[in-house]
Design a protein around this ligand. Structure first.
Ligand SMILES: *Cc1c(COP(=O)(O)O)cnc(C)c1O
Length: 363
């Protein structure tokens, strides 16, 4: 007897493991493992979701019209060239399926977001990585790794889990150095957190051609990870492909309602941005003072590197933090077994992280 076999590549996928949210035997936990917004969702988003609860027997607006209009108006983008997805993960997966397959290569930098490998393998393509320099994507190395089989380049900018970014001029150099038939996917999941003069999310590269797309999410700054909502801005040809391949009702009505309300609650987003602007440098500095290495981050999380040595390494730190109810993200799956990724939390949570790490380091 032979059971149905999936396509080659599928069984090579190491299933994505999300950040844990509970520890057995610990009643109060602090979850800083998934880069979710520290302050939770906008109260207006919660209200909007409650207000539409009586309508959930209706199919959602499959074209996500209101949300696309609002996004377009805010950023000066043509709403017809925006598509919404069930999280940006869905859009990343569709792009892989539509533009690559068996025999093709999907390229990204060494510590790029884990979903790229999963999406590539799921459609039979081969994931290929290019070395980083100082845990930062390196344009020369990416260009060197391009082969005639390369179909897609994914660039998370800023990247998760490293928190590093490359300036707009470097992204432009990457685009210019790639053959025009290669799709460049700029994954700007943390764009809203970045305040650097030399950074852009990449919309100008979308407008400059027909081969670059920018993916965005409501899961990080807008803190709606549980609802699954993302969007992409791209050229007409690629948006046309996404609209053909996506499910007609890929985004639920609750996500659309809450997403629109969160997007329009500018004051709350500003509050969340200010929170991160204060606590990101604070946490980075405090953890550095403990003698640990913090990779410079422009996102809402930091990557902390631990020295080798039994009892003092990242695994021991993770265990210690857990014993105190603090859940962060171990990085073994990214090949960064010496590191832990810690999301910026509330002020109190950040203080507890530092106190607990101090206890670990000194103890
Ligand atoms: C969180 C994250 C996403 C996925 O976000 P969803 O919209 O929740 O699917 C995509 N890319 C990067 C780099 C992320 O960190």
């Amino acid at each position: 007897m032979t059971a149905p076999a999936p396509r080659p590549g599928i069984m090579d996928i190491r299933p994505y493991v999300g950040g844990e949210s509970a520890i057995e035997g610990v009643s109060r936990t602090i979850k800083l493992s998934s880069n979710e917004g520290a302050l939770g969702p906008s109260p207006k988003a919660m209200e909007a979701m409650k207000a539409m609860a009586g309508e959930i027997h209706r199919y959602p607006d499959g074209g996500a019209e209101s949300l696309r209009m609002a996004i377009g108006a805010r950023y000066g983008l043509d709403p017809a060239r925006i598509v919404c997805g069930a999280g940006s993960d869905e859009l990343l997966g569709i792009l892989c399926r539509a533009y690559s397959g068996p025999g093709d290569e999907v390229l990204y930098s060494a510590h790029g977001f884990l979903m790229y490998a999963i999406a590539a393998k799921a459609c039979g393509a081969t994931p290929v990585t290019a070395p980083e320099v100082d845990l930062t994507a390196n344009v020369d190395n990416l260009l060197k790794a391009v082969t005639p089989k390369t179909k897609i380049v994914f660039l998370a900018n800023p990247n998760n889990p490293t928190g590093t970014y490359i300036p707009a001029s470097e992204v432009a150099r990457l685009r210019a150095g790639l053959p025009p038939h290669i799709l460049l996917v700029i994954d700007a999941a943390y764009a809203e957190f970045v305040s650097r003069n030399d950074y852009t999310e990449g919309n100008e590269l979308v407008d400059a051609g027909d081969n670059t797309i920018v993916c965005r999410t409501f899961s990080k700054m807008f803190a709606l990870g549980g609802l699954r909502l993302g969007w992409a801005y791209g050229p007409e040809n690629i948006i046309g492909v996404l609209n053909r391949v996506r499910n007609p009702f890929n985004v639920g009505s609750a996500a659309l309602a809450a997403g629109l309300a969160a997007f329009e609650d500018k004051d709350y987003a500003e509050l969340c941005k200010r929170h991160n602007d204060y606590w990101l440098p604070w946490l980075s500095e405090q953890v550095t003072k403990l003698g640990l290495t913090v990779v410079p981050s422009v996102g809402n999380f930091i990557l902390v590197r631990f020295p080798a040595g039994e009892g003092k390494d990242a695994t021991a730190a993770d265990k210690f933090l857990r014993s105190k109810g603090v859940i962060v993200r171990a990085m073994g799956a990214y090949g960064l077994g010496d590191s832990l990724r810690i999301t910026i939390g509330t002020g109190e949570e950040n203080q507890i992280v530092v106190d607990t790490l101090r206890e670990f380091v000194k103890g």
